[in-house]
Design a binder for this molecule. Structure first.
Ligand SMILES: [Fe+2]
Length: 387
């Protein structure tokens, strides 16, 4: 079925009546929050790492700020940890002194964990990120997960149920624009769990079997979303109550869109499955087919959603760009590759994780206890800017 054919199939039915009838299912209400690209389903309500104890480097002298690459320590077999000791105004000094070398490390490793910078506020975090990335922070628009903006374009990490896992993903890789650089700051580590697993997107690309990779590269990925009470409302995704503004965003960013009965919106977007890094030119696996696909939902939720609205009304789903089904074994294989490559560390208070969003994917483990991780993003990339 062609892309257009699938689109017609979606809208020729009186799909929206199904959503109008949803209150009937109030005793069986299913709500899905999606992540930074993942689904989490909640029914009946909205539905070991290694302890890192390496000693801190002393920062009494200015020259001790220098050369973080030389002093990188190993985390789960990956040399990405840099211990420092700086607070107050010294944090900014450290950022400015080291940003060039940290940028080089990011291009090589894809991520770096800085431990011991005492960043005490979201405002200071935003300033440090701008210094380290030498760029302005950007808004989190066209959302796939609930977040809260604090101040100065610093956000909370995805506000997702603690018991759920957020699978590996590259931020906004379902979109035609995404941040190149992301910073995470741990203000409050959880009592247990809550790690942010990481995986090298170059290795993911290389490990995925050639026939699967070629199929995805040839066909691209189509993301279909239905915005309703079952998922994030469109007003939150697009950060506006104005339908005209939503329409303008969709037209500007290559999303097909359709307003249904009531307040429902459906969008469809096709994007490449892989990308080339704008600086290194390296090929990376860069899509969220495995997250948006209905197979990422647990069977009970999946079956309930299919029963309520049918496949065409699923809050999220993915196809190849020609409208054809993505084979389940392909998606399973992709998940297995991520699982084999990911590694993690235990968050400590004030930990600062810098990520090149195209070279490194991230996720989140379930956790217990309060957990507060802040996020800031810079250096927007656009589909047309990658080869
Ligand atoms: Fe994310």
């Amino acid at each position: 079925m062609t892309h257009e054919g699938l689109w017609v199939r979606f809208f020729k039915k009186s799909d929206w009546q199904l959503f109008s009838a949803l209150p009937v299912f109030s005793c069986f209400r299913v709500t899905i929050w999606s992540l930074d690209m993942t689904f989490v389903a909640i029914i009946s309500s909205r539905l070991k790492q290694d302890r890192l104890r390496e000693p801190l480097l002393s920062f009494g002298k200015r020259d001790a700020f220098m050369n973080p690459g030389k002093d990188l320590l190993t985390v789960s077999g990956h040399k990405i940890l840099f211990n420092v000791q700086a607070s107050g105004s010294k944090v900014s000094d450290w950022a400015l002194e080291n940003r060039q070398e940290l940028g080089d490390i990011l291009l090589e490793k894809g991520c770096v964990l800085i431990r011991g910078l005492k960043i005490l506020s979201s405002k200071q975090f935003g300033m440090v990120l701008q210094a380290l990335f030498d760029d302005e922070l950007i808004d989190y628009t066209y959302r796939s997960t609930p977040r809260t903006e604090l101040r100065g374009k610093v956000y909370t990490a995805t506000e997702y149920p603690a018991a759920e896992t957020i699978p590996q993903h590259n931020e906004n890789s379902y979109s035609n624009s995404w941040p190149l650089r992301i910073g995470f700051l741990c203000m409050q580590p959880s009592v247990t769990g809550g790690e942010t697993p990481l995986a090298d997107s170059r290795l993911v690309y290389q490990r995925i079997e050639k026939d699967v990779r070629e199929r995805f590269e040839r066909k691209g990925v189509m993301y279909v979303r239905n915005y309703s009470d079952l998922d994030l409302p469109w007003s939150e995704v697009f950060q506006t109550e104005d339908k005209d503004e939503v329409a303008a965003f969709c037209e500007k960013n290559g999303l097909e869109y359709h307003w249904g009965k009531g307040n429902h919106l459906r969008t469809c977007q096709v994007n490449p499955a892989t990308a080339s890094h704008p600086i290194t030119g390296e090929k990376v696996w860069f899509n969220q087919a495995h997250l948006f696909h209905v197979s990422s939902l647990n069977p009970d939720v999946r079956n309930a959603l299919l029963e309520i609205g049918g496949e065409e009304n699923l809050p999220r789903n993915t196809y190849f760009s020609d409208g054809s089904e993505i084979p389940a074994e392909d998606l399973d294989h992709i998940r297995e590759v991520y699982e084999a490559l990911k590694f993690q560390f235990t968050w400590q208070r004030y930990d600062l994780l810098l990520v090149d969003n195209m070279l490194c994917s991230h996720g989140r483990n379930p956790f217990e206890g309060e957990r507060k991780i802040l996020v800031g993003m810079t250096t927007p990339q656009f589909k047309s800017s990658t080869p």
